[in-house]
Write a protein that binds this ligand. Structure first.
Ligand code: NAD
Ligand code: ZN
Length: 353
């Protein structure tokens, strides 16, 4: 079992990573000052992980992104009021990023904030969405537009959940893991490079190490910049083009991690075209993405002009300036460049179409 501390002053908390964490979870609850009654939020695929316990009520939402809505949130508030949940009643997210973001949003708003605990069950949620404190629901006009920053009191990452997760979701999680290597830690990138097969087979020892390091990197970035001014932007590596690809394929053709893989290839290409990195570095990035069986192009499903125009609708594009996260000199080192010429962007887009 490994522990990662997220350092945020009096809102600091721990992430526990390992197998069979039930006992640790029980100890955490018995050592806490929570009310006896709590609400566990699950979706239709993670309901089976909920075991009946005195005082723990379960609320099931339909699996899928559309559940991250104010409508579902309102239904859950109603349940919480009916159950007379009070200021010390924890909300527990048992599921992927959808359950996590929605539960966190509810925890941050119900009675102006109640304790929040994350038990992420997808690889993406374990290495990304459960760390960092961003919580949100979607609006009809865009994703994650209604939300806040709200830190959990603890995160329990149990590797056992990954056993039932579809392969495609596993690979999508690795896309964000690869991202951490590229933006922050070249040794970590090497570790992934040397062990892609063992990792894709979910070797427990390695998975524990890799998930812990991913959480550590995200936690470090977030501790230094909780509310996304500058440093936190590096987590957006590959995401500018990814969001455009997701939008242009109507969130149907690719899951998020796959779009990020394509976006990281484009970002590496821009870095290479501007001579920030050499060809062999760009090739290494592309090779690792291939090794994890992630897509490297949109397979002719997108129009390059539409992708280009979509870049300016991204919520992280401010005043028409795109903050490109680019690799600088070597893997493990990135910086922000908001002056990339249109021709370079267009040629990167062409290359991933
Ligand atoms: N808050 C953040 O910082 C942050 C970061 C990245 C992504 N996100 C959000 O996360 C969401 C995506 O998260 P996700 O990829 O986990 O998607 P998800 O929650 O929809 O889970 C993917 C699918 O796997 C199923 N599932 C979950 N756990 C399972 C298990 N152990 N076994 C079998 N099936 C299981 C789910 O029911 C769902 O069908 C998006 O809404 C995105 O906006 C948030
Ligand atoms: Zn992402």
């Amino acid at each position: 079992m490994r522990r990662v501390k997220v350092d945020l002053g009096n809102r600091s908390y721990e992430i526990l990573i390992g197998e069979n964490l039930d006992q640790s979870i029980e100890d955490f609850f018995s050592g806490s000052k929570f009310s006896k009654r709590s609400l566990v939020i699950v979706d239709s695929n993670t309901r089976r992980f909920f075991a009946d316990h005195d005082g723990f009520e379960c609320y099931e939402i339909p699996a899928g992104e559309t559940s991250k809505s104010l409508k579902i949130a309102e239904e859950i508030y109603t349940r919480a009021i009916e159950l007379k949940l009070d200021r010390k009643s924890p909300i527990i997210a048992l599921g992927g990023g959808v359950v996590g973001d929605l539960s966190g949003f509810i925890a941050s708003t119900y009675l102006r904030g109640v304790p929040f605990i994350q038990i992420p069950t997808t690889l993406l949620a374990q290495v990304d969405s459960s760390v960092g404190g961003k919580v949100a629901v979607n609006h009809r006009l865009g994703k994650n537009l209604i939300g806040s920053f709200y830190q959990p009191q603890a995160v329990f990452i149990d590797l056992n959940y990954l056993k039932t997760l579809p392969d495609r979701e596993i690979r999508a999680g690795f896309s964000e893991i690869i991202k951490y290597g590229i933006i922050y830690d070249s040794k970590f990138f090497d570790l992934l490079d040397e062990n892609s097969d063992r990792l894709l087979n979910l070797d427990s020892e390695l998975m524990e190490k890799v998930i812990a390091r991913s959480c550590e990197i995200k936690a470090e970035v977030v501790s230094k910049d909780e509310r996304e001014s500058d440093l936190r932007r590096i987590l957006n590596f590959g995401h500018t083009i990814a969001h455009a690809v997701e939008e242009e394929t109507h969130y149907e053709k690719f899951v998020h991690g796959e779009a990020v893989a394509i976006g990281m290839i484009a970002a590496a290409r821009i870095s290479k075209d501007l001579n920030y990195i050499d060809q062999s570095t760009a090739d290494r990035i592309e090779k690792l993405i291939r090794d994890f069986q992630l897509p490297t192009s949109t397979e002719n499903s997108c129009d390059p002009d539409k992708i280009y125009n979509a870049l300016f609708r991204d919520k992280k594009t401010i005043g028409g300036k795109i903050n490109w996260v680019l690799v600088n000199q070597k893997i493990g080192n990135v910086f922000i460049d908001n002056e990339v010429p249109e021709s370079v962007v267009r040629s990167a887009i062409e290359s991933i179409i």
